[in-house]
Design a protein around this ligand. Structure first.
Ligand SMILES: Nc1ncnc2c1ncn2[C@@H]1O[C@H](COP(=O)(O)OP(=O)(O)OP(=O)(O)O)[C@@H](O)[C@H]1O
Ligand SMILES: [Mg+2]
Length: 237
């Protein structure tokens, strides 16, 4: 379980998160929705230790991540799939998957999992030895998710998997995500502007606005409209 408690973080003079508290429970999918610039990517950067905490704490499996390096975070079971389907475009599809497993030493299991991934996605497999940048946008997003999963995370951090994709590709990516979540014992923290899609996958939904969580609910107790209405609430500075 991940617990963020009174987290403050920002860039130089810019304060982005102020007093954010959040919990991701075991085996749940939690979506954090919110407008552009709300601090959603910043929140994921704090967890993955790419950005320092200024105040507060992030606890993972009952231990603080404050002094933990980004690569140790991966070894402890947290993987980030960053914004903008960041595959390495000049590396091959297969090399992109191998990079996701850099922290593992069980090479034969890694090879097996790469084959499983490619068997599952024949269109991507056809380009296993070509530059990943030649894949379509949706395929690149699926590859980016596959790469993050190669570290065998217990918690997957997903930053806007639908961003910049045509509706048909968004549907493909969400079908893939649903299958992945169902077949693994995985917690997911999904940051997403597409509330309808996020709610098709998650158990709980929260709204990040003005650097703090202003709303949270189980998906069964709310609607996309109600969630969206919290985007525009004025937040006290
Ligand atoms: N590297 C950086 N240096 C300075 N300011 C930054 C940096 N990254 C983000 N910011 C600022 O921090 C705020 C929050 O940015 P963040 O990227 O976390 O928002 P977001 O909710 O992910 O937005 P989006 O939906 O557009 O991806 C914004 O005002 C942004 O301009
Ligand atoms: Mg973002």
């Amino acid at each position: 379980m991940l617990v963020m408690d009174n987290v403050h973080a920002g860039y130089g003079m810019t304060k982005v998160l102020h007093g954010l508290s959040l919990e991701v429970r075991d085996s749940e999918v939690l979506s954090v929705c919110g407008p552009n610039g709300a601090g959603k990517s910043t929140l994921l950067r704090v967890i993955s230790r790419q950005l320092a905490l200024r105040r507060g704490d992030v606890m993972w499996e009952h231990a603080s991540l404050k002094q933990v390096s980004p690569s140790q975070v991966v070894r402890r079971g947290i993987a980030l799939c960053p914004e903008g389907r960041r595959v390495f475009p000049r590396m091959t599809t297969e090399e992109n998957l191998q990079i996701g497993a850099y922290a593992r030493s069980d090479r034969s299991a890694v090879r097996r999992e790469i084959e499983q991934f490619l068997d599952r996605w024949p269109v991507i497999a056809r380009r296993r030895d070509s530059a990943a940048g030649l894949l379509s946008g949706g395929e690149q997003q699926i590859l980016a998710i596959g790469r993050a999963l190669m570290s065998r995370p217990k918690l997957l951090l997903l930053d806007e998997p639908s961003l910049g994709l045509a509706p048909v590709l968004i549907d493909q990516v969400y079908v893939a995500l649903k299958e992945l979540v169902e077949e693994r014992d995985l917690s997911v923290l999904l940051v997403e502007q597409n509330v309808v899609k996020a709610m098709s996958l998650c158990d709980r939904v929260a709204v990040l606005n003005g650097g703090e969580i202003t709303f949270s609910s189980s998906v069964t107790d709310t609607t996309p409209e109600a969630v969206g209405s919290h985007y525009f609430e004025k937040v006290a500075e």
